[in-house]
Design a binder for this molecule. Sequence first.
Ligand code: NAP
Length: 344
Amino acid sequence: MSLQRVKAPGTFDYDVIVVGAGPAGLTAGLYTSRARLKTLVIDKLVPGGQILNTHLIEDYPGFESIEGADLAARMQAHAEKFGAEIIMDQVVDVRTEGPQDQVKVVRTMEREYRAKAVIVTAGGSPVKLGVPGEERLNARGVSYCAVCDGPFFNNRVLAVVGGGDAAVEEGVYLTKYASKVYLIHRRGQLRAQKILQDRLFANPKVEVIWDSVVDEILGDASVKGIRLRNVKTGEGRTLDVGGVFIFVGFTPNSDILEPLKGRLDREGSGYIVTNMYMETGVPGIYAAGDIRAQLARQVTTAVGDATTAAIAAEKYIEALNEQPEDPQPIKEAAQAAVAVAGYS
Ligand code: NAP
């Protein structure tokens, strides 16, 4: 089978489009633009992703301690220095056109863009508890971001829900402002990293309420309390709090790949499954960072995955540009090129 190449001038607006400008997206943008590929990075918000919601980052090598917003600004400036174009727009969906999926079409609220490769680093959104009062009191005491909203709760009593890294880390952060923080966890053991747990347990302002779930968030104009239930005893109680910070995980923003459904593997609540080159089931479409099914969701893993995705995309574009008559499908050619280049 010979490969028909899309030759029409102007078919492609960019070599690479990166969807999402968190640490993964900014890294992908840095690598592809540094490789002299015309790169567009699109994010619906300001660049930075999840690290904008994190006060201090202490596990990014080379930076013993850096504010999330500072690291985001540095990553953005670094990608832009090499020529990545970063815009604010909302991506609606991603699909392909032409033989062998040669043209990737990224549709945003504003327009459509065509590229040779797409790297999806769209991250995820906070999971909601789904209890009465949560939606009504959102932004009136219910929050999913300690860095954004913590300063509004000076000397208040707060509840933090969850037992993972985010709940524990942000719970400790909130003690900067709050007079007391209740950490409410549905089990008798935290999921968070040990070092974060140690910090939590050592903080005199924190009280952990084990084996308990929130059944309702109370208040009219603002949060006044929460109704708790012990899952072991069934016993209920009401806790007076001025704010509830919810950190019960997040769902990947993979709906934008809906047009390619059936050609992509997904896991759990929609995490995209890739191979070791960050390739999805569609040639020339890659996934990296928190949207990808993987063991850990750290800034370091996002950055590493995005590096792999960017290099694989570069090889794929080389194959697309230079070997249109190669009988191998592009994907295999790109994989072979990646392997030969020693990136495996
Ligand atoms: P996570 O690790 O998935 O933890 C979610 C927590 O919420 C778990 O403790 C879970 O309980 C609990 N939970 C889930 N649904 C619940 C519900 N309906 N009601 C009550 N509790 C519920 O999520 P995360 O903490 O947001 O972290 C997400 C990812 O980002 C992780 O991979 C994490 O390592 C990473 N992260 C890393 C750092 C860091 O390294 N400094 C900081 C923040 C986040 P169970 O334990 O019972 O399942």
